[in-house]
Design a protein around this ligand. Sequence first.
Ligand SMILES: NC(=O)c1ccc[n+]([C@@H]2O[C@H](COP(=O)([O-])OP(=O)(O)OC[C@H]3O[C@@H](n4cnc5c(N)ncnc54)[C@H](O)[C@@H]3O)[C@@H](O)[C@H]2O)c1
Ligand SMILES: [Zn+2]
Length: 358
Amino acid sequence: MTGIDVNYDLGYPIVIGKAGHFAEFVRHLERPALVLCDARPAVRTIAGRVARLMGRARILTVPLEERRKRLPTVERLLEQMSAGGIERSSLVVGVGGGVASDLFGFACATYMRGIRYAHVATSLVAMVDAAIGGKTGVNLRAGKNLVGAFRDPVAVFCDVTALRTLSATALREGLAEIVKAAIIEGGDFFNLLEELSGDPPARWPWERVIADAVKVKTMVVADDRLETGRRETLNLGHTFAHALERASGFTLRHGAAVAVGLRAAGLLALRTGRFSREEHLRVLTLLALFGLPLQTAVGTGEIFAAMRGDKKRRAGRQRFTLPRAIGDVEYGIEASAAQVRAVLRRLGEAPEELRARR
Ligand SMILES: NC(=O)c1ccc[n+]([C@@H]2O[C@H](COP(=O)([O-])OP(=O)(O)OC[C@H]3O[C@@H](n4cnc5c(N)ncnc54)[C@H](O)[C@@H]3O)[C@@H](O)[C@H]2O)c1
Ligand SMILES: [Zn+2]
C-alpha cells in the first residue's frame, strides 16, 4: 500500500495517498532542515505528523492567506530561514494549500538561488493544480502571481485524508479545476465525474479522481514546461476567469470565476462554430451539480476592460483556449471583440438551456 504514484514525465514523484502512505513516501527523502506550514490548525496537525515522520524536523508556522501572498511575507520567511541556518544543500518541506505551495516554493526557489523543496498538499487545489508543475510565485498590487519562478519541487505528496477538514468552499475551488482537467481529457474521466456528481464528497474515490486530474496537468506540463505552447491548454476558462476576478476586485473566488469562465469558453466556442450544444450542456450541468456558479453580476464592460490587462495576451491580442469537444481543447484562438462582448453579455443571466431543462 503506497498510494498512487503519478510519476509521469516531470522527473519527480507525485504520490497521492492517505496519511498512512506518507511514511513510505518519505523513505527516499532525507530529514528536512525545516518544515514550513500554513497556520490553520488542521494543517498544523498534518505538519506535526509530517515533521515526526521526517526525523522530528523543526516546524515553522507561517500565517498564510491570499492577501499575504506578497513579497513582504517572503522576505520575513527568508530572513527566518537564514537565521535558522538553512543552507544551500538543505531540504525544506512545505505543508498546506495552494498559497503555501506558491509562497514556500517561491521562497525556496530564490533562497541562495534555489534550494530543494518538497510539498505536502492539503487542499484540493494544491493537489490537482498548484503544487504540480513548478510554477511558484506571489502577487503584486497590479495582479495575481506577477512575481515568480519556475522551479520544480523534489517531490509532492497529496494527502487525501486532509480533504476531510477542508471547507466546502475550498473543495469547490478544486472541483472547478478538476472539471477543467476533465474537459481537456474527456472520456472516462469526464464520465466518472458525471457518475460521482450525485454522491456526497465523503464517498468519492478521491485518490482516483485526483490522480486523473494530476495526470492531465503533468502530461501537458511535461510537454511544455515554460508555457510557450501546449501548456496554454490548461488555461481553459481562465482568460475569462482572471478578468472576472480582477473586475470583481478579487472578491470573487478563483474556482467560482473558473466555473463562469468555463461557461464563457463554451459559449465562445459555440459562437465560433467549434463546440456542440449537447457537450456545452453536459459541462454546465456538471458545474451546476458541483454547486459552482455559472453567472456573474459583474458587468460586461468591466470584464472586457479587465481582459486587456491579461498577462497571457500576445502583441495586444486576446487569445483563448476553447473546447472543440469534451476531450479536445485548442489553444491560441483569437476572437473578435464583438464575439467576446456577446459572450460576456450572456454571463449576466443563468443559462437558459439549463433553465429549460428543469
Ligand atoms: N502555481 C500554480 O500552478 C497554481 C495553480 C493553481 C492555484 N495556484 C494558487 O493557489 C492558491 C489557491 O490555493 P488554495 O485554494 O489551496 O488556497 P489556500 O492555500 O489559501 O487554502 C484554502 C483554505 O483552506 C485552508 N486549508 C488548506 N488545507 C486545509 C485542510 N486540509 N483542512 C482545512 N483547511 C485547509 C487554508 O488555510 C485556506 O484557508 C492561489 O493563490 C492560486 O494563485 C497556483
Ligand atoms: Zn485555475
